[in-house]
Ligand binder design. Sequence first.
Ligand code: HEM
Length: 510
Amino acid sequence: MSVSVLSVIRPLGGVPGILQVASVLGLVLLLLKTAQLYLHRQWLLRAVQEFPSPPSHWLFGHRHELQKEEQLKLLLKWVEKFPCACPRWLWGTEMEVVIYDPDYMKLILTRSDPKSDGSYRFLAPWLGYGLLLLNGQTWFQHRRMLTPAFHYDILKPYVGLMADSVQVMLNKWEELLSQNSSLEIFGHISLMTLDTLMKCAFSDQANHQTERNSQSYLQAVWDLNNLVFSRMMNVFYWKDIIYRLTPEGRWNHQACQLAHQHTDRMIKLRKAQLQEEGNLEKVRSKRHLDFLDILLFAQVSNRSSLSDKDLRAEVDTFMFEGHDTTASSISWILYALATHPEHQQKCREEIQNLLRGGVFITWDHLDQMPYTTMCIKEALRLYPPVPSVGRELSKPITFPDGRSLPKGFLVMLSFYALHHNPKVWPNPEVFDPSRFAPGSSRHSHAFLPFSGGSRNCIGKQFAMNEMKVAVALTLLRFELAPDPFRVPVPTPRIVLMSKNGIHLHLKKLL
Ligand code: HEM
């Protein structure tokens, strides 16, 4: 071997021998890598030959199309053209199959495929391995441990806390009102949902809607939403070692630090409070345990092996999932009602009758607002706050139409595309709350704002309550109208955002 290598490199003359060997080795490695990528691409192409897709570049995949047009608009064009599912190439050797058919969704969500490492791992530096990112047995143990935090005995008193936070936001809106200019609501609603979450899940009673710490946390979350999504879409940023050296990578690191400061401060405060209150058992007998209590109790009990790192990951996960998703949903619901004044008025009348002219809302009212609930669901259909989730197939799958995908494939379950699929929802772009009228029927997996199966949203009931309280109290105080000059542009991030904010005109009701 050494003889043949030397004979090949001898003509390079003056270059030191070690460099020559390194160049030849480098060349061999490059050839091997190219061959490996080529074979991987061939495998992908063979696996999706039954799934037609729009033409893509052999190296850049669908990047050009994805950059040229609004992503969600492009996706809806694909939905019209390619039934059930369609491959999306991010790069010549990186692709995922986008799914938007209810039967396909059902099949995948009833299996136990793990979250796809490709995209979720980019959330890990920020959220850590909490409930959202965990898989397998550890996920199961954490889910079982945290489920009691969402029992309805715990959720009941939260309604009053939610109403208080909403009123603080509405008072602020009243002060900001001016005749002509519209108000960007997403930022205000994020502060309100963060405030609510801090009060409910973390028993922190400070007013977070005016605090500077909360605002810098929200700025970090906003940045991370954009940064993580941009990383998912750009294969050059996938390798940690390279990403860390880029300006975006450094920004991501700083934003994570800011977000962690917020959660660390809160954990420290609560640990100190618990020490003051004395024995943890005494605390347990005094009040219902909130989300953070459950974690702290689990840490001290002998039965659990919850480390400080695990605890922080759960707090980071819930802090984010518990406020950003509801901020997105409430903002889009108010926008949908603003653009449909007839439905807005019907909801308002329902709530006025229910609360008998007052504004005091309780747990018992929440299941007595059927029309408002129908409008909320219809807005969740049109604007699903979590536009998609990902899975990596742990075994081969065959769909009901006979097409199949092999083990190891990445699938993206696009709730946005499912909810806008004309084969599932006739006239999908029309806001029609009667789709959710009592007695109306639909496929069990046609409407999935909270996903489905065992990995559905643990905070679903909390979120529904918060949406009802926020919508009811806002409609009692204001008449909402859209700003025709600033029509929001839905944009997929980790949650559904608007590229240019959500601007509404508000008119105070007497
Ligand atoms: C309108 C509001 C909300 C929507 C639309 C929503 C939607 C979702 C969806 C689609 C998933 C599945 C994610 C995946 O498979 O990767 C999920 C999971 C999750 N959600 Fe929500 N969510 C909302 C509110 C909340 C709230 C208020 C909390 C907490 C207080 C929460 C906590 C979580 C957690 C921890 C998970 C991971 C669950 C697991 O994998 O076991 N969510 N949510």
